[in-house]
Design a protein around this ligand. Structure first.
Ligand SMILES: Cn1ncc2cc([C@H](O)c3cccc(CNC(=O)c4cc(-c5ccc(F)cc5)cc(O)c4O)c3)ccc21
Ligand SMILES: [Mg+2]
Length: 221
């Protein structure tokens, strides 16, 4: 096939969504993934949980790891107050290119920074690059074996503050067992599991929300 799946998804957005209307971009992607071609966006069911967690957190600084086509970047950013920015990290340049166009079609390009590179390389530079101290909200949706090393890196870089919320996609399917074991047994976090389904399917999946409580000692016995 000449075009890639992200390019076909982008074409569906350009054709079916109203420029400047984030909700129509979200609807166009969900319709494409339900009726034309599955893609690994968080989707509408888990997306509604993402929306509610973002709204209850009302963050000032937001980090997303794993942009893909920009679906969750649009979902998150459309809920943020005017002065708030989303930083989203994407290592695949083709995905980043599509995501920037999807985000632009939604009219949110001034509120989103799509950073190209690997999370482990970029996280240590975030504070300096963006003049921030900590992230109020972090969304994990990149390689599932990177959730644990990257949450540890965020801790080591002091990028989490008391009250910071970390939301992780796919903790059931494909699954992130080492991350779940760590975050649920760590006294520095209060975690809650949201049962749902893998995007656009009936396969079980879920999100794990973890609030950072500040730096306490030890593990739960
Ligand atoms: C280091 N670093 N830093 C930034 C960064 C960014 C990326 C890319 O954005 C990227 C590329 C490929 C895969 C992912 C992870 N996503 C998944 O693998 C996934 C799978 C499924 C699923 C479930 C069932 C299936 F049958 C097939 C796929 C459902 C989901 O929601 C997913 O998120 C992310 C990668 C590493 C990165
Ligand atoms: Mg995912």
């Amino acid at each position: 096939t000449r075009t890639t799946r992200p390019q076909r998804l982008l074409r569906a957005v350009i054709i079916n969504a109203v420029r400047g209307d984030p909700d129509s971009v979200i609807r166009a992607i969900d319709h494409f993934c339900k009726h034309t071609e599955w893609a690994m966006n968080i989707g509408d069911e888990k997306g509604a949980i993402l929306d509610s967690v973002v709204m209850e957190t009302s963050p000032s600084t937001v980090l997303e790891l794993g942009t893909y086509c920009g679906y969750s970047a649009v979902r998150i950013t459309r809920l943020l107050p005017p002065s708030t920015r989303l930083i989203t990290v994407e290592m695949n340049p083709d995905y980043a290119c599509v995501a920037r166009q999807v985000i632009q079609h939604a009219g949110l390009q001034d509120k989103v920074c799509v950073l190209e590179g690997q999370s482990a390389d970029l996280i240590p530079k975030m504070a300096e690059m963006f003049g921030i101290q900590t992230f109020d909200f972090v969304f994990l949706d990149h390689w599932k074996d990177r959730y644990l090393p990257d949450i540890r890196l965020l801790e080591d870089c002091s990028l989490l503050a008391q009250g910071s919320v970390v939301l992780a996609d796919n903790v059931v399917c494909p699954g992130t067992p080492d991350y779940l074991n760590y975050i649920r047994s760590n006294l520095n976090y209060r975690s809650r599991f949201y049962q749902a389904h893998l995007e656009y399917t009936r396969v079980l999946d879920g999100l794990e929300k973890s609030e950072y409580l500040g730096c306490r000692q030890g593990k739960r016995q």
